[in-house]
Ligand binder design. Structure first.
Ligand code: VGL
Ligand code: ZN
Length: 203
């Protein structure tokens, strides 16, 4: 039997990055992923764990103007989704918010799409400013925003762990999600799951 990797201890200089856990990417949403509800419980567990570990918790949101260039009426690839201040753009009501979190809005200009939470935002600078070195990434969607965010994080010098039980894919083509995982791992992201984290003491 293969030996288990050492468990990972989360430190205060780590960050949990939760990508686009918004109604429009969940069942019933404009770009709803049929199975995506299943990531919420693990993400809630990670959130509580990272909060107890005094790590930083960061949520990104896709936050488009109503005439965004990625929408079909503008000849973009997607139906209208995540329009600023609409229900579809809200973070899932089933997400349990920690006491403190950073919120990063992306793709906010009509004329430019941005899948990565680093694209057009101050996130990399803010994380470096706070001494954050390792990122634990989960959320939606594996084959778009999780992929591009992770690739950008790696090229900005952050160590990245991909929480594979906390991601789900659009899968426009059947294997897009799997291929995205392979790409992130080939570039240096480490795939881990809930049981990879060291148990917290109950004190
Ligand atoms: C996303 C498609 C379009 C994502 C955002 O959050 O992965 N996907 N806009
Ligand atoms: Zn979008």
């Amino acid at each position: 039997m293969a030996t288990q990797p050492e468990t990972i201890t989360v430190k205060a200089s780590d960050a949990l990055l939760i990508i686009d856990l918004q109604n429009d990417f969940l069942p019933g949403g404009a770009l709803g992923i049929a199975s995506a509800e299943r990531v919420i419980e693990p993400i809630n567990r990670y959130t509580q764990y990272f909060e107890r570990s005094q790590a930083t918790i960061i949520l990104s949101r896709d936050w488009h103007p109503d005439d965004h260039c990625s929408f079909a009426p503008q000849n973009g690839p997607w139906p209208a989704h995540c329009i600023q201040n609409t229900r579809g753009a809200q973070i899932s009501a089933n997400f349990t918010w920690p006491t403190q979190a950073w919120l990063v809005s992306k793709a906010t200009s009509s004329d430019k799409d941005a899948y990565s939470a680093f694209d057009g935002t101050e996130l990399a600078l803010q994380m470096k400013h706070c001494g954050i070195k390792r990122l634990f990434i989960c959320g939606l969607a594996t084959d778009y925003c999780v992929l591009q965010t992770t690739l950008d994080a790696l090229s900005s010098g952050f160590e990245c762990f991909l929480l594979t039980d906390g991601i789900d894919a659009v899968n426009v083509s059947e294997h897009d999600g799997q291929q995205a995982i392979e790409k992130m791992c080939a570039k240096g992201a480490m795939p881990i799951q809930w049981h990879s984290l060291a148990p917290l003491s109950h004190s």
